[in-house]
Design a protein around this ligand. Sequence first.
Ligand SMILES: O=C(O)CCC(=O)C1=CC=C[C@@H](O)[C@@H]1C(=O)O
Ligand SMILES: [Mg+2]
Length: 370
Amino acid sequence: MKLVEVTLRHLQMEMKSPFSTSFGTFQTKDFILLEARDEQGTVGYGESVAFSSPWYNEETFKTNWHMLEDFLIPMLLGKELQHPDEVNQLFSAIRKNNMAKSTIEGAVWDIYAQQTNQSLAQALGGTKDQIDVGISIGIQDSVEELIEVVRGYVEEGYKRIKVKIKPGWDVDVMRRLREAFPDVAIMADANSAYRLEDVELLKQLDAFDLTMVEQPLASDDIIDHATLQKQLSTPICLDESIHSLEDARKAVELGSTKIINIKIGRVGGLTEAKRIHDYCMEKGIPVWCGGMLEAGIGRAHNVALTTLPNFILPGDTAGSSRYWEKDIITPEVTVDHGVIHVPQQAGIGYAIDLEAVEQYTVMKKTYNLE
Ligand SMILES: O=C(O)CCC(=O)C1=CC=C[C@@H](O)[C@@H]1C(=O)O
Ligand SMILES: [Mg+2]
């Protein structure tokens, strides 16, 4: 496999409804869709999950474009590859910039799966033909509104409900949610909104039988989460703190986390995501696939990854229609009573919808061998 042409597109899509977290509200998604073609003419797609501003991590739409244009595409164009894992090795010479790396690595995995005539799920070692999924709900204007939104998704059959918490929107909200839904799997995502000094408040969450509390402390912390976990009965799940297999190993060895939210972009691609999955399976640490409000290509990669056996907790891969009036893939990702049926075709199993892509394209640039 040898990439001979890569096209970057700036796509702009409006979310059906704004998504609010402890860091602010998200409505318009500006992101990079990457199309790679190899010498046999096979085309693969990757999607950058970097947001326009660096609120989730240090990467942005613009830093990703710069890294792809000036470093990552030139490193891969014309390079003979036997397996997508080689991309992870090649990119180890570049510090961080995981979401940029993941964008092109995902396209290489897509090409590889097509050329070996297997689904991306099979190429990754996936074992499931359907996956359980949950849904992540942003901060609402009132608890009453949150309860109604949750009720709708519970009735749709989503297997787990994730809600955002932050100081002033936490214990009372979770108590009222648990009272309204005594038997539903509920988790909370704090996006680093708390400090170790908030331990007494966070301990109050133990009363609500949450499946986990995600990333309560600083986004680059592992030590304080270990101290906090010793005082909480609710399992801590790390998201932002885990950028690599090494981070996962340190967090598990220190007891900082009992569950890991794997996001392909955050860890630099599917190869590293699989390595973290395999390590966690060996250590008895369950994982699930987080979401970054992806469009259809990123969503398709999440579906494939979630077929690996240690993805035993429902992830955040809700259906396309939850986010977009019209997604960039056909068919769209659909959820059937909390279950996604995994496509078995070669590659990602969803076709690109070029009409929708053109509709959302702000600009594009093609890079090929000189
Ligand atoms: O894609 C989805 O539906 C999940 C989105 C989601 O919960 C998040 C996306 C990005 C940052 C956070 O707000 C949050 C997360 O941390 O998991
Ligand atoms: Mg999170």
